[in-house]
Structures are given as structure tokens and as C-alpha cells.
Design a protein around this ligand. Structure first.
Ligand code: PRP
Ligand code: URA
Length: 212
């Protein structure tokens, strides 16, 4: 895939290692859930590198000094249901004060197009940095619909984090929303005829929640 502005593929060995573990079909629900959360911590750490900071006055036991702290934008984490829920605790580990929205979408098994069933965002959302989380970016239909919804409700500053992505999905999301920063744990080869990512990890929701 050609290099695109606002698309960042992770290169940290710990992220790569943990993604290989969740790809393994013998990795059970309990371990899968823990790993997805750990990957979300590591990816969140990378994706939040550009958080603005400002110097504030701090009294140490020795003296008063100016020292940097996160400033400005408050965070909203928005998981795409169901599978995105598995990444929420990873990001709140880094930013415990974040508010959490939810976007409920499922893919039609025939058309692979997303259908919305529940959406609720922190209100107001316009001044927040919004981090959309979903383990999988396949056709990109769900991600585009999620960002459409967030923008319709006033969201402006949006990052999306996916553990595994197909080139087709990255292209679709980037073309629909070039201003959105896209963070990807691993870029996979392609989609199969059922719009599953190859090699991928199967159905992320089923693997997190043990529903199959
Ligand atoms: C999965 C995944 C994404 C979507 C990606 O959810 O978590 O939201 O598919 O596919 P797309 O890029 O082609 O839209 P799914 O619709 O299977 O719902 P679930 O999480 O409830 O299982
Ligand atoms: N959703 C998943 O959970 N897995 C895929 O490979 C594609 C979409």
C-alpha cells in the first residue's frame, strides 16, 4: 500500500508479537481479551503522542517548578460495538478521565454494509479529541459510518485505532475522511469473498465475547 498522509502503521515489536498471538486460532477467549486490551494500551500510547502539553506550576518537596501536563482537549473514546469494547479499558488505562461514547453497528452478512442499532456520544463532543476504537478495519464501511455519525454530531478532531486492517478499508476510510488520523496495528493482505481480512484473526466480536 502506498504511504498515505494521516495513516500510521505501528512498528513496535511488542504490538507485532501480541497481534501474532491473537491471530492464533488456539488463543482462547480469556487470553484474547487480555491481549486486545494490552494492544490497545500500546497503540494508545503511540496514537496519543501528539497530545498538547503545557507547563504548570508544581511544588515538589524541594522547590516550585514549571512542569508539563496534558492541556486543552479532553478525550472521548468511542468503541464500535461490539468488538471495539475490548479496547476501551486499554485506552482508559492511559487516560482514566476520558468520557466514553458507543456506536453500535453490525455488518449485513450478505451486503457487508453496516447497520446502525445504537449510538450515544458524550455531549457536547465538539471540543473533545475523539478516539474511535475497533479491532478490525475490513471494507471500511463500519468505520466510515462511525466517523460520519461523529461528525454529524459535531466531532471534529478524530483519531481511529484498528488492530488489523485490510488495504481496502484503509483506502475507503482515508478517502471518505482524509482529516482523520488512522492508526493500524498491522496491515494485512486483502479481504476474502466474505469480506473477512486475510490472514486476519477471524470474527473479532466472537473471539472477544466467546460467541462462536
Ligand atoms: C466487525 C468489526 C468492525 C467491522 C469491520 O464488526 O468489529 O466493526 O466488522 O468490518 P467493515 O470494515 O467491513 O465494516 P461486526 O459487524 O462483525 O459486528 P460485531 O462486532 O458485533 O461482531
Ligand atoms: N470483522 C471481523 O471481525 N473480522 C474480519 O475479518 C472482518 C470484519
Amino acid at each position: 500500500m502506498e504511504k498515505m498522509e494521516n495513516v500510521y502503521v505501528m512498528d513496535h515489536p511488542l504490538i507485532k508479537h501480541k497481534i501474532s498471538m491473537i491471530r492464533n486460532k488456539h488463543t482462547g477467549t480469556n487470553e484474547f481479551r487480555k491481549l486486545i486490551e494490552e494492544i490497545a494500551v500500546l497503540m494508545g500510547y503511540e496514537a496519543l503522542r501528539d497530545l498538547p502539553i503545557e507547563d504548570v506550576e508544581i511544588e515538589t518537596p524541594i522547590e516550585t517548578c514549571m512542569s508539563p501536563m496534558i492541556s486543552g482537549k479532553k478525550l472521548a473514546i468511542v468503541p464500535v460495538l461490539r468488538a471495539g469494547l475490548g479496547m476501551v479499558n486499554g485506552v482508559t488505562t492511559l487516560v482514566p478521565s476520558a468520557k466514553i461514547g458507543h456506536i453500535g453497528l453490525y455488518r449485513d452478512p450478505e451486503t457487508h454494509e453496516p447497520h446502525e442499532y445504537y449510538c450515544k456520544l458524550p455531549d457536547p463532543i465538539d471540543q473533545r479529541l475523539i478516539v474511535v476504537v475497533d479491532p478490525m478495519l475490513a471494507t471500511g464501511g463500519s468505520a466510515v459510518a462511525a466517523v460520519d455519525y461523529i461528525k454529524k454530531h459535531g466531532g471534529k478532531n478524530i483519531k481511529c485505532m484498528f488492530v488489523i486492517a485490510a488495504p481496502e478499508g484503509v483506502k475507503r476510510l482515508h478517502e471518505a475522511h482524509p482529516d482523520v488520523q488512522i492508526y493500524i496495528g498491522q496491515l494485512d493482505r486483502e479481504l476474502n469473498d466474505h469480506a473477512y481480512i486475510c490472514p486476519g484473526l477471524g470474527d473479532a466480536g466472537d473471539r472477544i465475547f466467546g460467541t462462536k
